[in-house]
Design a protein around this ligand. Structure first.
Ligand code: DLL
Length: 439
């Protein structure tokens, strides 16, 4: 019998892809060409036609990347107003997948994909997993939710494309997560950082050493997290914990990815997504290096091209290292996450970073905002790592309030609670409870 040949489509995927090593000039030329095609495609959508007409823009006005500045922004509100399928640029019979992102208020935002989009998404995800250190033949445990959320299926297709053996567990059933990790011995895990910590707790509860698990790399994203959490996860699992960024409106996960060997910011896949940083209040484009809101324009999407989509995510653009594509810094927070406590602007990530400087605090916390009189007050409820006597809890709470005051500049009331008191998320953690009256 002839020796069996493996049938491996993934083997045709060059690693790294040529575009990853392209020069800046080559990359910019590709982006201009793709931007023009995207503008033409966007004009299939009544919303964009109206917007362009209102701004007095013809497609021929977009000849360079700098011309992008002339185009109007797209917001989540625009997507809501065109709910459910009004932003699609192709007929429904070319749509092969629909995802949606729930959002905290109002209608979800809906996104559609053609066959070509699914293929592109799988490729950027395969590229991301490879950058994170994943290789063909690795087993990947996926604990991101499957369903309308893009996390589960985004990783699923990318990992298969790369040639990994996918274990599509989805979120929840934490005991079973542990059992499957122990029994199936995956090399990679894709999960929100907050849920991975809940899985770590479950390892402890079952008396199994998570450091001895087969896991080598954790691909973490979908929510803000900190260097403190990275250190904690790497300590508890003996893995490389790397950052994955993306959002449904733009594709899902797979917009930007941190390389495991450098862990110094996330390389943005600029051949498919063009980044700008703007001042959130004025919309002014800021130079590379300055912090502001990330705005993304899709360059190859077919079903739902997005022009200058305002992500609300705050970060900076950094030069590429060893490649032309630029990096973004870890997301600091969302402009709509910012709390203003007695005039001081506060992001939950800053509080998290301040608390992380004290070993006795666990990385589980909740911020509760109230307005008892006319002023906003911020209460921080944080778990301790060990059970401590009541007076030690009080001393530690005081210490927490000092750390936050010194590092963030805001006065808070800190309440320390016993290990395990704060409810664990099975997906994105909800850290802020806003109890202020709605006007
Ligand atoms: O969270 C896509 C995703 C899935 C990314 C799995 C990474 C891993 P949405 O549900 O549309 O899509 O939420 C997108 O989540 O605008 C950010 O505010 C936040 N976010 C995503 N990744 C990160 C990250 C997915 N690495 C929103 N760090 C984005 C901080 C992140 N925030």
């Amino acid at each position: 019998m002839a020796e069996q040949q493996p049938v491996v489509r993934a083997a045709t995927l060059e690693r790294p892809e040529p575009v990853e090593t392209a020069s800046v000039d080559e990359l910019r030329a590709l982006q201009v060409q793709r931007l023009k095609a995207t503008v033409a495609r966007a004009l299939q959508v009544p919303h964009y036609r109206k917007q362009f007409a209102a701004a007095g823009i013809a497609p021929s006005d977009v000849q360079t990347l700098d011309d992008l500045k002339k185009l109007p922004f797209t917001t989540k509100e625009d997507l809501r107003q065109n709910y459910p399928f009004g932003m699609f640029a192709v007929p429904m019979n070319e749509i092969v997948r629909i995802h949606a992102s729930s959002g905290t208020t109002g209608k979800p935002t809906v996104v559609g994909y053609t066959h070509g989009d699914i293929e592109m998404w799988a490729m950027v995800m395969a590229r991301s997993i490879h950058a994170a250190g994943g290789r063909r033949g690795d087993k990947m445990h996926i604990a991101y939710g499957y369903g309308l959320f893009t996390g589960g299926l985004g990783f699923h297709y990318g990992a298969e494309y790369l040639g990994c053996a996918v274990i599509p567990v989805s979120g929840g059933f934490t005991e079973r997560q542990v059992q499957l990790i122990v029994d199936f011995e995956p090399d990679l895990i894709a999960v929100t950082p907050s849920y991975l910590l809940a899985i770590a707790d479950e390892f402890d509860r079952q008396g199994i050493d998570a450091r001895k698990s087969s896991l080598r790399i954790a691909l973490l994203g979908a929510e803000p997290w900190s260097e403190g959490m990275r250190a904690e996860i790497e300590r508890r699992f003996a893995v490389d914990a790397v950052n994955v960024y993306g959002l449904s409106e733009v594709i899902g996960p797979g917009v930007a990815q941190e390389y495991a060997d450098t862990k110094d910011g996330l390389t943005l896949w600029e051949d498919h997504f063009f980044p700008e940083i703007i001042e959130p209040d004025t919309g002014k484009v800021l130079p590379d290096g300055q912090e502001g809101e990330l705005v993304l324009t899709s360059l190859t999407k077919e079903a739902m091209p997005v022009i200058r989509y305002r992500t609300r995510d705050l970060t900076r653009l950094l030069p590429g290292n060893a490649r032309a594509m630029r990096r973004i810094e870890r997301i600091k927070g969302r402009s709509d996450d910012m709390l203003i406590i007695r005039g001081v602007n506060v992001f939950p990530s800053q509080i998290e970073a301040a608390l992380a400087t004290e070993q006795l605090f666990a990385p589980h916390y909740i911020l509760e905002v109230t307005r008892p009189d006319r002023l906003d007050e911020l209460a921080v409820i944080v778990e301790t790592r060990e059970v401590l006597p009541p007076d030690a809890m009080l001393v530690l709470a005081d210490h927490g309030a000092h750390l936050i005051k010194a590092r963030v500049g805001v006065t808070t009331t800190v309440r320390t609670v016993a290990p395990g008191s704060i409810e664990r998320s099975q997906g994105k953690a909800k850290r802020v409870i806003d109890k202020r009256p709605r006007n």
